[in-house]
Each structure stands twice: as structure tokens, then as C-alpha cells.
Design a protein. Sequence first.
Length: 161
Amino acid sequence: MGGARKSWREKLQDSKGLPRVETITPKMSSRWGTGTVVIPAPLEVDAMMKRVPKGKLTTINEIRQALAKKHKASIGCPLTTGIFAWIAAHAADEEERAGKKKITPWWRTLKAGGMLNEKYPGGSAEQKRRLQAEGNAVVRKGRSRNWIVADFEDRLVRPGE
């Protein structure tokens, strides 16, 4: 049965003992190299996303690098950083629906390679609409169904720097 489902905003507030820096295990090192990995708290990822000003963009990888630097870790966890960006986007959408004007500009956080995130609120279409409204050119990536921001590298920022 359980209680009511958690809202996105509640999920964003739930840090579950994070952030945490852990040693990269030998099993993980083939993919991530050696050293340490920071598993960020959801609110940290949200805070990084909030720092991307209008006219600028960031990617999950830029956020991961900023988190790694902040926690003096070798890398930021790709999995949790992506999941927490997704939660932050949905929490912002929830706030906007509740009438809040100043929300986390989730649409400015792209996937690696400048790709739009189909898992964000409203899918790629809504992210595309918001990005275009801020003057970004959004184009198809090759023959794929994926959308990317053209020349996104020119507007890239690493939050926190």
C-alpha cells in the first residue's frame, strides 16, 4: 500500500546521506579509471543547474567535472548526476505548475554532445521550444531522431567556475 508518492520536490530534498566520495573499485575502473568518484546530493546537481545563465548552456559532463572539483574527487558519478538532473528538472516543472516564476532552468542542461534530454518534462519538444526561445539553434543530429544544440560548445559553461 504505502503512503502517497513523493513529489519531485520531495525527491530533490532527499539527500540519502549524500554527497559521498568513494574509491573507484577495480570493477568500475575499466570504465571510470582509478581514483575517487563523488556521488552528489540531488540539491547539489540542482544548484549547479541553477547557475547556468540565460544565453549559456551546460552538459551533464560539465556538471560532473564541477562536482568532482568541488569534492576533490577524480570524477563525478555519471549515473547519479544524470538521475538527479532529471529529478531537478521535474521538481522545477512542478514548481512552475504551482505558479513559481523563478525555477531551475533545466532546459539549459544538455546531455553529452549537446543532445536534448527526452526524459525532461515535456520531452525533447519542450526542451527544444525553451532553448529556441532563448536563441539557440536546435538541429537533428545526423540521421538519428536525436536533437542537439548547434554550436553548443560556444555557449558552454562549467557551473561553479
